[in-house]
Design a protein around this ligand. Structure first.
Ligand code: HEC
Length: 264
């Protein structure tokens, strides 16, 4: 706890130190080295993955994340992708929902009761499982397939959503994320249409958010940007969420996965 407090203080200090500083947590992250609280989500997720649960009293170890049943390491680097058994393009989170339902008999509604956690008060199983699975792909380069027509269609839909302007402010994702060097207050806005920025953004999620004391996944990130865009909630695991993820993931091809990382 004392340590968490000191990161918070450090980040507040760094944020007020200079208007030029666009990564206010860089200093605290440097001080912490490899010490990332995301580790707690990873270990909880691994335990959940291996525990026999649900009406079928089965674990998730036979889940096929795209590299074959039971293969976890490296799978995230090739997601989203087309899965023949569901005849859909799926991202990591929607695939986990499929596996929990088919292997364990746990419905998506049950899995998503707590979509987004709130520190110790409210823990999300999806966040923990996602953190674990992503951590096993650390060091792997993103390599997203565009072979299947549905993969191409998902990318095209994601690109369309990215540029779709609507809502009270007539914003699209592109309003904030299609030019280099933009920022809102101290937050740098990555240009998600440029390779280097897209890679850097994608390979660093999920992340432990220092300001929230919580691990956040890509589904959370996108949902929060829907909020910033004054759009209605993005439906978790929906075709739109997967398509946007596909657009971002493909733009990040070749980027080496670092997640779960630590962010402000
Ligand atoms: C009103 C401006 C705004 C709009 C519109 C917006 N975002 Fe964001 N986005 C932000 C801000 C600000 C951040 C950084 C937040 C932070 O650091 O806490 C961010 C961060 C991100 C990140 C993480 C970047 C990183 O390096 O960690 C991704 C990915 C992202 N947005 C995707 C999207 C997508 C996809 C859309 C459209 C659905 C979108 N954003 C719409 C403002 C916006």
């Amino acid at each position: 706890m004392k340590r968490v407090l000191s990161y918070l203080l450090l980040s507040v200090f760094a944020a007020s130190a200079s208007a030029q500083e666009i990564d206010p947590t860089a200093e605290s992250r440097e001080l912490m080295g490899d010490d990332n609280p995301a580790f707690f989500w990873e270990t909880r997720g691994e335990a959940l993955w291996k525990e026999a649960r649900g009406p079928k009293k089965a674990n998730l170890s036979q889940c096929d994340l795209g590299l074959g049943k039971g293969v976890v390491a490296g799978a995230y680097a090739k997601l989203p992708r087309f899965f023949a058994d569901t005849a859909k393009v799926q991202d990591l989170e929607s695939r986990v929902l499929t596996c929990a339902e088919t292997l364990q008999g746990i419905t998506p509604a049950e899995m998503l009761k707590v979509r987004f956690g709130n520190g110790d008060d409210q823990r999300s199983e999806m966040e923990a499982i996602t953190a674990y699975l992503v951590s096993t792909s650390k060091g792997a380069a993103m390599q997203v397939s565009m072979k299947h027509p549905k993969e191409k269609a998902a990318y095209a839909l994601g690109e369309q959503i990215f540029h779709y302007r609507s809502g009270t402010h007539d914003f699209s994702c592109a309003t904030c994320h299609a030019e280099s060097g933009k920022r809102i207050r101290l937050q740098a806005l990555p240009n998600l249409t440029a390779k280097a920025d897209a890679q850097k953004a994608y390979v660093t999620w999920p992340a432990y958010r220092i300001s929230q004391g919580e691990l956040r996944t890509m589904e959370w990130r996108l949902n929060d940007c829907f909020r910033q865009q004054r759009f209605p909630d993005l439906q978790y695991g929906s075709e739109a969420a997967v398509a946007l993820t596909m657009f971002l993931a493909k733009n990040a091809d070749g980027g080496v996965l670092e997640a779960p990382t630590m962010k402000r």
